[in-house]
Design a protein. Structure first.
Length: 483
């Protein structure tokens, strides 16, 4: 299957923080892949901006090195010279006046203007203010801001107000790369484009939902940053919350940015407060030659969690009585992200002695090997009676969309091209961000004001034992974490 390529309009894209890790690892290689696919018009330009003092040639050399490091299959691509020709660079002082006049001189009238804030959130306001003061961003310009978007409700609200002084909400793109994953977008297609699922997508037929985002890496190398956030701020309040919204939202009247985001907001506002008994937080210990969290964070007294498991309930008709179980953590058994929608058992079984009943499950795999499978029960082949066995109806996107997966764009590729197109569907709105923080703040505040430490767990496991009990007491079990 070959995906249809739709070229974007001519644009000037400015990447603030263009020499930083995110830009070199994800943004610039992603832009190169879109260039190589032929999605950019001939005149489209990418302007790097950062504190580092360098010229255009040095910046192109740096981008060439980044692509060689992070996109090794394309380091010798014949398309690379053409991509590098699109690049230029302006040394910029985010909190001063240096470089802004030169940046203004490089911007072209009459093309899409986009500004990617690949910098610390503390600089968002400074950049927005200077873009406005120096008359660089036009009335239709777009700004892209990375998470973390605040660290609590008060800071998120203040940041929204700062950006709103210079840009309208229609111009602000709060990026969450999870929403750019092909499988996440296909979740909406599966729900709303197939009569097969939507009639069953409610409390009458669904027993529970599990969302797991497991990582094998720890926080070494960024422990100081992570220790100020933790798994709740870093993953649950944004990435996992967005997945909950897409599973639980009502059908929007149209696939329109505000219609979709209106329905997501309703889900967040319908979340019930979490009792302390319905949440477990953990912290990985040392294992083998690798240090534990306290050493990685360089804080022997840290009470920051590297693991969270919790049970959510949504107070509306569709989901009354259906628990959503979420878990995420560092240094776990395998790297995997998945959503499992577990259906109820049939009300009556006509088969005798068929073994332990197996429920139908729709499993949406976000990483690795993006795809979906639906687990159904069939007769086990062979004579000797009716014995049931569960098999998956499997679809791997890598197999369906290309033998080597090259036809599937990375999340950043999709999201950046959506910015150029002016499509905000897969980006968070300001009131959505604030509602998510309003839900998460009481949990985080209770942890920070208390004296309890996170539960320890061994690296290479599924997390602390208490997380297993979170489901066992309900007569359910977590799906196994495996690559």
């Amino acid at each position: 299957m070959v995906s249809r390529l739709i070229q974007v309009e001519d644009f000037d894209l400015v990447i603030f923080g263009a020499t930083g890790d995110l830009a070199r690892r994800k943004i610039l290689p992603g832009l190169f892949r879109r260039h190589a696919a032929g999605q950019f018009p001939q005149g489209a330009r990418i302007i790097g901006a950062a504190r580092t003092d360098m010229d255009d040639a040095a910046f192109r050399d740096d981008v060439r090195a980044a692509i060689a490091e992070f996109d090794t299959s394309r380091r010798d691509s014949p398309e690379l010279p053409g991509f590098l020709d699109r690049l230029s660079y302006v040394p910029i002082d985010a909190r001063g006046e240096g470089g802004w006049a030169e940046l203004r001189a490089r911007m072209r009238p009459g093309v899409v203007q986009a500004f990617y804030f690949s910098v610390a959130p503390s600089l968002f306001g400074d950049l927005a203010e200077r873009l406005a003061r120096h008359d660089i961003a036009g009335p239709d310009a777009r700004i892209v801001v990375e998470k973390p978007f605040g660290r609590d409700l008060a800071s998120a609200r203040a940041l929204n107000e700062t950006l709103a002084r210079h840009f309208a909400e229609r111009q602000i793109y709060r990026i969450d790369h999870y929403l750019g994953k092909e499988t996440v977008q296909n979740l909406m297609a599966v729900r709303f484009a197939n009569m097969l699922f939507e009639p069953l997508w409610n409390a009458h037929y669904i027993d529970h939902v599990q969302i797991t985002v497991a990582e094998t890496v720890g926080v070494a190398g960024r422990g100081a940053y992570y220790d100020q956030s933790g798994a709740m701020r870093d993953m649950v309040q944004n990435h996992l919350m967005q997945l909950v919204c897409l599973i639980a939202m009502e059908p929007p009247f149209h696939f329109d940015p505000n219609a979709v985001r209106d329905e997501k907001l309703k889900v967040i506002r319908a979340l019930e407060p979490i009792p302390p008994a319905d949440i477990v937080r953990g912290q990985y210990g040392a294992g083998g030659a690798e240090a534990g969290y306290l050493a990685d964070a360089e804080n022997p007294d840290s009470r920051t969690e590297s693991f969270v498991a919790l049970k959510l309930r949504i107070a509306n008709w569709r989901w009354q009585g259906v628990p959503f179980y979420l878990r995420t953590g560092k240094r776990l058994r395998a790297r995997t992200s998945e959503i499992a929608v577990v259906f109820r058992e049939p009300p009556h079984s006509i088969f005798d002695d068929t073994g332990e009943p197996q429920t139908n499950q729709l499993v949406i795999r976000l990483q690795p090997n993006e795809g979906m499978n639906l687990k159904v029960n069939i007769k086990e082949p062979g004579p000797g009676g009716m014995r049931l066995v569960q098999v998956p109806l499997d679809m791997s996107f890598a197999e369906a969309l290309g033998p080597d997966g090259t036809d599937m764009p990375d999340a950043y590729e999709r999201l950046i091209t959506d910015v150029i197109r002016g499509n905000q569907t897969l980006f968070m709105r300001g009131d959505e961000v604030e509602a998510a923080w309003a839900w998460a703040d009481p949990v985080i505040s209770a942890w920070e004001s208390g004296s309890a430490r996170p539960e320890p767990y061994d690296p290479g496991t599924s997390g602390p034992d208490q997380a297993l009990g979170l489901m066992h007491r309900d007569g359910r079990r977590w799906r196994e974490i495996k690559a």
